[in-house]
Design a protein around this ligand. Structure first.
Ligand SMILES: [Mg+2]
Length: 165
């Protein structure tokens, strides 16, 4: 069952996750997917809202770290703008990138969660790495492939919802 990609927590958007919530759950390190979690594909940098959220997280003592599958320069650009570290080409759902990120932060697995918008990359990587997972809704389903993938994920998303009710 531990490999069943069931998220531990669900939020509509990453900006709803607060330092208070993470602290109550014993999470001091939050690994972040980039595309469709922090920002839609194709954008050139974080919004003001995202930057405010990052500052609030830092003020609350939360370590943030981008773990992205992207092969573009976007993870570096976003991480630089947000003042945090990053790993690109992470190959989620493989765990190597996630494990390297945790090592670089010095956090424990118990105290780490990964937030992302995809069940079969982000949530599955979290499960396999033995950390908790936070699933968010994709910011923007901008092309048919994303829509198709989202539809495939729907039963998993609903299952989580039912358990929460
Ligand atoms: Mg994503």
């Amino acid at each position: 069952m531990s490999f069943f990609p069931m998220p531990d927590y669900k939020f509509k958007e990453i900006l709803q996750v607060t330092p208070q919530f993470l602290k109550e759950e014993g999470i001091g390190c939050l690994l972040l997917d980039l595309d469709n979690t922090i920002s839609p594909y194709g954008t050139s940098g974080p919004t003001e809202r995202v930057l405010k959220w990052v500052q609030n997280m830092k003020d609350g003592g939360i370590t943030l770290f981008i773990v992205s599958n992207s092969r573009s320069s976007r993870p570096a650009i976003f991480a630089n703008a947000m003042g945090i570290e990053y790993i690109d080409r992470a190959k989620k759902p493989l765990t190597d990138g996630v494990e390297r990120a945790i090592m670089r932060t010095g956090a424990t697995k118990e105290g780490t969660a990964l937030a992302g918008d995809q069940i079969f990359t982000d949530v599955l990587a979290s499960k396999r790495a033995g950390i908790r997972s936070i699933l968010v809704e994709p910011i923007k389903l901008s092309n048919p492939f994303f829509v198709a993938r989202y539809i495939i994920e729907l039963p998993f998303r609903r299952e989580r919802k039912r358990r929460d009710d």
